[in-house]
Design a protein around this ligand. Structure first.
Ligand code: ATP
Length: 136
């Protein structure tokens, strides 16, 4: 079916994307999914990864997603993410500091370190760096 689907990417802090898209491809926990207008409704959880979409002009865009949920309706996709930012908005200084902090926490022997949390922060930082450095 021809036409665009509405894409909304929302975090607890902000609306990150509110735009018409030709196609949306997201990192579902059960695998990557693609959505066009007229898609059968579905709901999925999202893992750390990249949300890709083609805007109404066919320009491909990339959004970092930490984790969350996607709801697809025939004319609309809503992404609720713990954190998300457009690739071009990734702040490399900030992400390098986050990486350093996580590495230091994981290397420390302090009893009060939450290793699970530090590992998750490390994964986010590494993924952001990889995405920011990808220029396709
Ligand atoms: P930090 O310790 O730097 O906050 P984090 O991985 O813990 O890193 P998140 O909890 O994933 O950060 O994100 C918090 C908010 O900050 C989100 O709105 C996210 O989009 C934004 N954010 C985090 N890191 C960056 C970055 N390097 N560039 C741009 N925005 C970022």
């Amino acid at each position: 079916m021809a036409g665009n689907i509405r894409l909304e990417v929302v975090t607890p802090e902000a609306s990150v994307v509110s735009e018409d898209a030709q196609i949306v491809v997201g990192p579902g926990t059960l695998g990557e999914f693609g959505i066009l207008i007229g898609h059968t409704p579905f709901l999925t959880t999202l893992k750390l990864g990249t949300l890709r979409y083609k805007d109404a002009n066919g320009v491909e865009k990339f959004v970092f997603i930490s984790a969350g949920f996607a709801e697809a309706l025939p004319d609309k996709v809503t992404i609720l993410a713990e954190s998300a930012e457009r690739r071009r908005d990734i702040d490399m200084e900030r992400v390098k500091q986050a990486l350093k902090r996580a590495q230091e926490r994981l290397a420390s022997k302090k009893p009060d370190v939450d290793y699970e949390r530090a590992r998750a922060a490390l994964q986010r930082a590494l993924y952001r760096i990889r995405l920011a450095e990808t220029r396709s």
